[in-house]
Design a protein around this ligand. Structure first.
Ligand SMILES: C=CC1=C(C)c2cc3[nH]c(cc4nc(cc5[nH]c(cc1n2)c(C)c5CCC(=O)O)C(CCC(=O)O)=C4C)c(C)c3C=C
Ligand SMILES: [Fe+2]
Ligand SMILES: [Fe+2]
Length: 337
């Protein structure tokens, strides 16, 4: 049949997978960090204070002071490949593409800054994806992370005429695949140390305590991940104590407790000399794991009398990490592939 000459060329029939992570500045300098924080901290899912009250505080105070301090922290973790969060997420997408082959087109995007979610969803559509799985790489659900990533999808939908069928990856905080992958990886890292730790601290990113009372399941998801990991370690490392804590407190409100920095100091004060810290809420290493846990955590521990310390790495694009992501993604693609 003849088509009008100006008929757009439309590709069809493909499946897309979009791995999503939080986002990071594009340089470790004050300007780039200010742009990043302005976008991130203006998200109503992240700071749940009415904008009329919050924006003057953000513009008048936070964005005048925090970017310098945070840029210094970022400069300590920056690599030739850029921000760790950016390059680990890109590596996860490349590795997943290699594992899925022609089955699906895999891309990654960031909720804040670049690669932007809308631009990557547009690219998948332009490449012929009529079915797209959006996979926020947060094992535990929270309004500030998972729901915010889905907000970005919803906003993208509003402006598009032609929409793909969409699926989203559910949280996987208690999935046996995730617990097994993490336990295996952390146990291998502990086995490779030149000391036997007495205590394993499982540190999750914090949230305002208020969100727990408002019904956000994040706290329960973290506690369950920690309990299941603790049970796995009790079977393989019966001498190892396990503690759970919440890091990265921000602002004046009460956050989930106990705070990781307090736990590190109190445990050292109680006589723990050999400690390891792991971050089972982060699918890739980032500022919060490398600088806050690896650098400041160690300083706090040693200042309080600890002698042996290691911040264990996240799953990143390791073999076990990719086994996990591939299995989760293939499961969600069931019926499509
Ligand atoms: C109100 C403030 C914040 C909430 C709520 C929050 C929740 C939250 N964040 C993550 C994961 C990450 N956060 C990261 C950095 C970061 N987080 C906040 C504030 C809140 N986070 C700030 C201000 C920053 C920037 C750094 C700083 O200035 O301290 C990162 C690292 C990004 C990177 O570039 O490496 C991650 C990852 C989760 C999972 C979460 C709620 C569950
Ligand atoms: Fe955060
Ligand atoms: Fe809870």
């Amino acid at each position: 049949m003849d088509q009008p000459a100006d008929h757009p060329r439309i590709l069809t029939g493909k499946i897309g997978v979009l791995l999503v992570n939080l986002g990071t500045p594009d340089a470790p300098d004050e300007g780039a960090v200010r742009r990043y924080l302005a976008e991130f901290l203006s998200d109503r899912r992240v700071v749940e204070i009415p904008q009329i009250v919050w924006q003057p505080i953000l513009r008048g105070l936070v964005l005048r002071t925090r970017p310098r301090v945070s840029a210094h922290a970022y400069s300590q973790v920056w690599t030739e490949e850029g921000s760790p969060l950016a390059f680990h997420t890109a590596a996860q997408a490349r590795a997943l593409q290699a594992r899925l082959g022609d089955t699906a087109i895999v891309r990654h995007a960031m909720r804040y800054q670049k690669p932007a979610m809308a631009a990557e969803l547009d690219r998948l559509l332009a490449d012929g994806c009529e079915r797209i799985l959006v996979a926020p790489l947060y094992p535990q659900y929270s309004g500030a992370t998972t729901a915010s990533a889905l907000d970005a999808v919803a906003n993208w939908i509003k402006d598009r005429r032609r929409l793909p069928a969409l699926r989203t990856l559910p949280p996987y905080f208690d999935d046996p695949l995730m617990i097994t992958a993490l336990h295996k990886d952390l146990a291998a890292q502990i086995g490779a140390l030149d000391f036997a730790p007495e205590l394993l601290v499982l540190s999750f990113h914090g949230m305002p305590e208020r969100t727990l009372r408002l019904g956000d399941p994040y706290h329960c998801h973290c506690q369950k991940t920690a309990r299941l990991l603790g049970e796995a370690f009790a079977r393989t490392h019966p001498q190892l104590k396990v503690a759970t804590s919440f890091q990265s407190r921000f602002g004046r409100a009460k956050w989930l407790e106990p705070a990781t920095d307090d736990v590190i100091k109190v445990q050292a004060g109680n006589g723990i000399r050999r400690m390891v810290v792991a971050a089972p809420g982060f699918s890739s290493d980032c500022l919060e794991t490398i600088e806050e846990l690896g650098i400041r955590g160690r300083e706090d521990f040693e200042a309080a009398g600890g002698t042996h310390f290691a911040a264990l790495t996240c799953l990143n694009a390791t073999e076990s990490g990719m086994d996990l992501i591939e299995a989760l993604v293939r499961r969600e693609l069931a019926g499509w592939i």
